[in-house]
Design a protein around this ligand. Structure first.
Ligand code: ADP
Length: 210
C-alpha cells in the first residue's frame, strides 16, 4: 500500500452530504450570533430562544462565552489578539455545527466590527444571522448581573468592555441582521422577535434569502 499523497482521497466526508443530514433532522443549519455588552441580555435571549426551539422539536446548540472560555478557550485572555483568537475558534466550532443542520446560538460580546466580519467570513453569509443585543452601558451597569461592573469600577477588571476596552457598535457599512433593544422591551418580547426573524432561515429545504 502506497503512502503517496496521490493515493489519498480526502472526499469521504462528502459521502454523507450536508443536505442529507439536514433532511434527517428536518431543518437547515444556521448560526445565530448574539453580540453586545456584558449584561445586555445575550445569554437570557439565547437561553429563551433555545428553550422555545427545543420545545418545537428543533435540534440546537448554545455556545456561551463564559462556558467556552472555561474549556476550549481557557488558554486565552482579553488582549485584542486573544479576543480575536477566541472569536475565530468559536466561529469555526459554530460552523461545524451549522454544517450538520444544527441551529447554533452563539453568545459572545464580540466587541469589534472586524471580529464580527471574521465570524461572518468563516461561517459564510448564508449560515450567519447577526443580532445586536443593544442596551445602554448605564442600564447594563445597573443590572450588573455578574457583579462585573462593580468590580470594573474598583479597577479589578483590566480591559473591561465598554469602559477600558472599546465596544464598536454596528455601522451602516456592516449592519446587524436584527437589533434587539433590551432597554425598551422584555426578555420575552426580544426572544419572540428573534424567533420570528429566524424561522424561515431554519426551514428545510433552505429557502434562500435576499
Ligand atoms: P449577557 O449574556 O449579555 O451578559 P445576561 O443575559 O446574563 O446578559 O443578563 C441580562 C439581564 O437583563 C438579565 O437579568 C435579564 O433578565 C435582563 N433583561 C431585561 N430585559 C431584557 C431583554 N429584553 N432581553 C434580555 N435580557 C433582559
Amino acid at each position: 500500500m502506497s503512502e503517496s499523497p496521490a493515493n489519498i482521497h480526502p472526499t469521504f466526508q462528502r459521502l454523507q452530504s450536508r443536505e442529507s443530514k439536514e433532511r434527517l433532522i428536518g431543518q437547515s443549519g444556521l448560526v445565530i450570533w448574539l453580540f453586545g455588552l456584558s449584561g445586555a441580555g445575550k445569554s437570557t435571549i439565547a437561553e429563551g430562544l433555545e428553550k422555545r426551539l427545543h420545545a418545537e422539536g428543533r435540534l440546537t446548540q448554545l455556545l456561551d462565552g463564559d462556558n467556552i472560555r472555561a474549556g476550549l478557550n481557557r488558554n486565552l485572555g482579553f488582549s485584542d489578539a486573544d479576543r480575536e483568537e477566541n472569536i475565530r475558534r468559536i466561529a469555526e466550532v459554530a460552523k461545524l455545527h451549522a454544517q450538520v443542520g444544527v441551529v447554533t446560538l452563539v453568545s459572545f460580546i464580540t466587541p469589534k466590527r472586524h471580529f464580527r466580519q471574521n465570524a461572518r467570513a468563516i461561517i459564510g453569509a448564508d449560515d450567519y444571522f447577526e443580532v445586536y443585543v443593544h442596551c445602554r452601558f448605564e442600564t447594563c451597569e445597573s443590572r450588573d448581573v455578574k457583579g462585573l461592573y462593580a468590580k470594573a469600577k474598583r479597577g479589578e477588571i483590566p480591559q473591561f468592555t465598554g469602559r477600558d476596552s472599546a465596544f464598536e457598535t454596528p455601522d451602516a457599512s456592516a449592519p446587524a441582521d436584527l437589533v434587539l433593544e433590551t432597554d425598551e422591551e422584555t426578555a420575552e418580547a426580544s426572544v419572540h422577535r428573534l424567533h420570528q426573524a429566524i424561522l424561515t432561515r431554519i426551514r428545510f429545504p433552505k429557502t434562500h434569502h435576499a
